[in-house]
Design a protein around this ligand. Structure first.
Ligand SMILES: CC(C)(COP(=O)(O)OP(=O)(O)OC[C@H]1O[C@@H](n2cnc3c(N)ncnc32)[C@H](O)[C@@H]1OP(=O)(O)O)[C@@H](O)C(=O)NCCC(=O)NCCS
Length: 300
């Protein structure tokens, strides 16, 4: 196992210089096949929770150390997982996810062959201030307390859009959950910038700073150090394609920049026809891809 972990570490380093050293396998049900080892963690989100806006009720998260033949290793682990769900029965509102380096196309083949599809990309950008972009008649400013309603409407619009092309789920009570999340984000140091035109809010972007810490969701995903992040970006449908997204992003990048920053990151749905191309043009490129399949689909 130690040998396999070393091989994986060397393989990741050769695949992509921006990957951090891999973390140890997280806790979960152990799974082994063809020299590969993994764990499957089970997570359940209660009805009405914030997470259910972005996830099915149940997740099975596979983490893996694949050894020398990475494609065959992932293939064998996914076959072993499929046997387990055949025995256990497929939950309807659930999905199995694997988060893997985006550039590992050998493993991508095995994931596709088992019916998994790319659901989310974590993309990174080198640290740099924003390149100012002015849109005539549009002002970008940091949000104030009185902007909450407009911010929630734009976040709802982004959730609605994501529900067509990605993992967003339009649950009843979504607006109230988004309002709570916006308030909580602002309370804990998150920032929101909004774009206004003739007094009307036409766009917004959320952002802040984070550093990976042992055991948190960023650990093993990005290199140690302080990162800027951009969260939700949305522009009203009628105002898109005029540079407002670019203007918002430029201000956020500029205000998050400091000489000690390691970089910035965003997440987007690869199937979204608007956001991947937008982010790539702002200097981002994918580092990790989260792949997903519902057990019912995997068993077909
Ligand atoms: C993604 C999104 C925020 C981008 O915002 P936007 O304001 O439309 O983005 P921009 O106008 O800055 O850039 C989009 C395109 O318009 C072009 N554009 C910029 N200024 C322009 C102008 N003056 N005239 C015409 N087009 C212009 C940009 O160049 C870009 O096209 P290109 O990539 O071919 O060059 C917006 O499409 C959106 O809200 N989508 C739905 C929600 C969503 O997907 N959010 C992202 C979640 S990660």
């Amino acid at each position: 196992m130690i040998r396999a972990a070393e091989l994986q570490r060397a393989r990741f380093a050769a695949l992509d210089p921006l990957l951090p050293p891999p973390s140890a396998l997280p806790p979960g049900d152990p799974v082994e096949a063809a020299g590969a080892a993994g764990t499957i963690a089970h997570v359940r989100f209660p009805a009405g929770s914030w997470q259910r806006l972005w996830s099915p009720a149940q997740l099975q998260i596979l983490s893996a150390v694949l050894g020398r033949n990475a494609g065959a290793g992932m293939n064998a682990l996914l076959s072993a997982w499929r046997e387990r769900i055949t025995l256990a029965g497929a939950e309807t509102d659930s999905s199995c996810t694997v988060t893997w380096p985006s550039r590992d196309v050998v493993v991508a083949r095995a994931l596709l062959d088992h019916g998994l599809t790319p659901q989310l990309a974590l993309a990174v950008r080198a640290p740099a201030p924003g390149r100012a972009h002015a849109v005539p008649g549009v002002t970008v400013r940091e949000s104030r307390r009185g902007d909450l309603e407009e911010i929630v409407e734009l976040r709802y619009e982004e959730l609605r859009y994501t529900s067509y092309v990605g993992h967003g789920v339009l649950q009843p009570g979504a607006r109230a959950l988004l309002a709570e999340e916006v308030s909580r984000g602002l309370q804990f140091g998150g920032r929101v910038w909004i774009a206004e035109e003739e007094g009307v809010t036409v766009g917004m972007v959320t952002g802040g700073k984070r550093s990976p810490a042992p055991g948190d969701a960023l650990a093993g995903r990005v290199r140690p150090g302080e990162w800027g992040y951009l969260g939700t970006l949305a522009v009203t449908a009628a105002a898109r394609g005029r540079g407002i997204g670019r203007a918002l992003t430029a201000v956020a990048h500029d205000e998050l920049f400091s000489p000690s920053l390691t970089g910035t990151f965003v997440s987007y749905n690869p199937a979204n026809p608007l956001s991947p191309v937008f982010w790539h043009r702002q200097g981002y490129r994918p580092l990790w891809t989260t792949w997903a399949v519902s057990p019912a689909t995997a068993l077909r």
